[in-house]
Design a protein around this ligand. Structure first.
Ligand SMILES: [Zn+2]
Length: 420
């Protein structure tokens, strides 16, 4: 009996030990697996296919957003990017955005949007902006003078609304000259310029407690800033061409010029005294150009544009003796190079990708009202309806129509050319 009892006792002890050992082993294995799962790291998804990514996401219980974008560097279906870095611990990931290429824009979309990067671009020429009601001027549609070189603030606001609603988006003159056109698919670029440095281009009414300029909201820049806030996608910018008197506000001129550069505007050269460069000697030509460059260089070194707006649009021919001195010269030991020159034109200029585009002789449109006649704003934009530049939305891709192939500048090598 004693022996039997002992056997049973041993058996129970053995069972208890067995259960304990089993429990330990199970816990250990369980712990190991969870640890491994917790430390699992995100793989590089950009080498996978969309189906493989979906599979990976469901296995690892990851939330993914698939975003499709046009892309000219990756084939349709290739992965462009993942929003979370490879190697990130899966337990720290809430959601991953996967951007997938749709390839280039489909022909049907190009046709529907009428994409035309061989189309024309309006470079608008403004002068003074006067804060008077359009009904108080003696002239038509917000012109302040007979020829419409000066506009009322009211008319200028109307012009900006009009350009925006017609699908125009501003680009910098320098970007037009360089052929860097960054406008969304289906939209058209427009360039704004102001000549003469009239104080009403950017009227300063004083300084705030931090010493920053206070800009009259009805001066040109005041109005442009208003539109910058109103339509952030308008890309508000403009280039101001000044004479030696800058913005005719001695006390504030340096601050004004620095402010313009810091706030996305550009400043260029309009000669020292608004000189007629078809009537100056070659020496005088160089001195009246050099002095403005030199002044700008001293205020905003290297940050102004080497572009000249030719006063009176003269000389009217590039074969004029002075032309070479407009583009390059030296005066009193100061040497300059002019990158581009603007005329006083009457119609939109060709695309920067057109073989006939000449950056040293760019036409502008006079921004004025003449009841739809003689190249006023209304007639210019009416004519543009059939010929306007319409963007493909890619800065480094030039999309043109098959019939315009012969117009393409063949020296353009830094862009992908697409024809349809
Ligand atoms: Zn002028």
């Amino acid at each position: 009996m004693k022996k039997g009892k002992l056997k049973i006792k041993n058996c129970i002890i053995f069972l208890i030990i067995l259960i304990l050992v089993l429990y330990l082993v199970i816990t250990l294995v369980k712990n190991l697996t969870t640890k491994e799962e917790k430390d699992k790291l995100l793989v590089n998804l950009t080498t996978l296919t969309v189906d493989e990514i979906k599979d990976y996401a469901s296995k690892n219980k990851l939330n993914i957003n698939l975003i499709y974008e046009y892309n000219y560097d990756k084939e349709n279906g290739e992965i462009i990017s993942q929003s979370v870095k490879e190697g990130t611990s899966l337990k720290n990931i809430k959601e991953i955005d996967i951007v997938i290429s749709k390839g280039g824009i489909e022909k049907e979309i190009l046709t529907e949007k009428n994409v035309n990067e061989m189309g024309k671009i309006p470079v608008m020429m403004y002068h003074g902006i006067h804060n008077v009601a359009s009904s108080d001027t003696e002239y038509t549609g917000g012109n302040v003078d007979k020829d419409g070189y000066n506009r009322t603030s009211e008319a200028f606001r109307g012009d900006l609304e009009k350009y925006y609603s017609m699908g125009y988006r501003m680009i910098r003159l320098q970007d037009y000259v360089d052929g860097n056109i960054d406008v969304p698919l289906g939209y058209s670029p427009i360039v704004l310029t102001f000549d003469d440095g009239a104080s009403n281009n950017i009227k300063v009414t004083g300084l705030d407690s931090n010493g920053n300029i206070i800009i009259d909201p009805n001066s040109a820049v005041g109005i442009l800033e208003e539109f910058k806030k109103k339509y952030p996608d308008y890309n508000v910018t403009a280039t101001f061409f000044v004479n030696g008197t800058l913005f005719n506000q001695k006390e504030y001129d340096e601050k004004i010029i620095k402010w313009l550069i810091d706030n996305g505007y550009d400043v260029g050269n309009h000669t020292e005294s608004h000189n007629d460069l078809s009537a100056t000697t070659t020496e005088k030509t160089q001195s009246v150009i050099a002095s403005v460059y030199q002044k700008l260089e001293s205020i905003i070194p290297g940050k102004y544009v080497n572009i000249i707006a030719l006063p009176f649009g003269k000389p009217t021919s590039r074969t004029h003796t002075n032309y070479n001195y407009i583009l390059e010269g030296t005066s009193n030991g100061y040497s300059y190079k002019t990158h581009a020159a603007l005329r006083v034109g009457w119609e939109p200029e060709v695309s920067p990708y057109n073989k006939n585009f000449n950056i040293t002789y760019i036409k502008r449109c006079r921004a004025y009202d003449n009841n739809g006649k003689e190249f006023d704003i209304e007639s210019v934009f009416k004519n543009l309806e059939k010929t306007r530049f319409i963007s493909d939305g890619f800065k480094d891709v030039v999309t043109i129509k098959e019939q315009d192939k012969n117009l393409l500048n063949e020296n353009i090598t830094n862009k992908k050319i697409v024809t349809y």
